[in-house]
Design a protein around this ligand. Structure first.
Ligand code: NAI
Ligand code: 15L
Length: 266
């Protein structure tokens, strides 16, 4: 690719993407509503932009051949914030992509779109949404929007339902949901390498024995996670991080998010 856009570049995963995806394009355009909290790699430029600003997003996407879309609200917050970043922001991004040659998109969706499934239930790609909060509802909207732009215009998107992508698993639930940084990077590489992507849903999860999700309909992507949360099981047990079976961390796939209150507007 000539130019890859990474949104949400100031966030946790954006930082990983900025540091490790430079080889995918000659130029990297990083963007976020907040300033970058680190020095960008040498071939990268930074454009500060609010995803809710349609004109700003239109300019941001111009000249890009691929987009790793990580920007947005990533936890339960006031609906007005979610609306701006995750709903208007997605609409603005897809309209800009449509105007600028439909660059392929990696969309950072979330496992919370099915957070209200119990942990003993297998969820596959045909299972109905059971979002566990308004943040999760906004990701359902994002997936529906991406699907619509594919069916109507042929816009390709990988809708990646990321599990828990952090340095290491830190609680019982993450033994099932963890996605290592290496596996995340390898998945982004495959999304931009595969000749025909289409618009698949992919569970972004490492090869954890306790995982609840499988990717049998997206094997053509050629992504095989190599890491596993299994080796943290003994440590977490020894640290006493083993919840009662009725605790949300052990009961619901969405864990503690199922208990979040609706956040009041000011
Ligand atoms: P994060 O919260 O650390 O980063 C998100 C970034 O988006 C922040 O830097 C924030 O300033 C920016 N942002 C928020 N509102 C914006 C707006 N209106 N305009 C422009 N930028 C805005 O989140 P993280 O962990 O890096 O996640 C990245 C993406 O992946 C998010 O969309 C999140 O929902 C999704 N995801 C992440 C998971 C994880 O385990 N890290 C799990 C599931 C989904
Ligand atoms: C998400 O969707 C969030 O963005 C992230 O902060 C974690 O809470 C993650 O899911 C998770 O389920 O662990």
């Amino acid at each position: 690719m000539k130019r890859l856009l990474i949104t949400g570049a100031s966030g946790g995963l954006g930082r990983v993407a900025s540091a490790r995806l430079g080889h995918l394009a000659e130029h990297i355009r990083l963007s976020d509503v907040m300033p970058l909290p680190y020095t960008p790699p040498s071939q990268a430029e930074f454009v500060q932009c609010n995803l809710a600003d349609a004109d700003g997003v239109m300019k941001l996407v111009e000249g890009c051949d691929g987009i790793v879309h990580l920007g947005g609200i990533s936890t339960e917050r006031k609906f007005s914030e979610i609306l701006d970043a995750n709903i208007l922001g997605m609409r603005n991004l897809y309209e800009a992509a449509r105007a600028h040659g439909m660059p392929r998109i990696f969309f950072g969706s979330s496992n919370h779109v099915t957070g209200f499934y119990p942990q003993d239930e297998h969820v596959d790609l045909n299972s109905p949404y059971r979002p566990d909060g308004l943040y999760a509802v906004s990701k359902c909207f994002g997936e529906a929007l991406a699907r619509f732009y594919f069916d109507k215009f042929g816009q390709e998107t990988a809708m990646v339902r990321i599990g828990s992508c952090f340095e290491e698993p830190t609680d019982y639930r993450m033994l099932a949901t963890w996605l290592s940084y290496d596996d995340f990077v390898a998945l982004v590489e495959r999304v931009f390498d595969v000749p025909r992507l289409g618009c698949p849903v992919i569970w972004g999860v490492s090869d954890n024995s306790r995982a609840w999700w499988t990717n049998e309909t997206a094997t053509y992507i050629g992504w095989k996670p190599r890491d596993s949360a299994d080796r943290w099981e003994a440590t977490l047990k020894a640290q006493g991080k083993w919840p009662d079976p009725e605790h949300p961390l052990a009961k619901w796939q969405g864990g503690n998010n199922t208990q979040d209150p609706i956040v009041k507007e000011d």
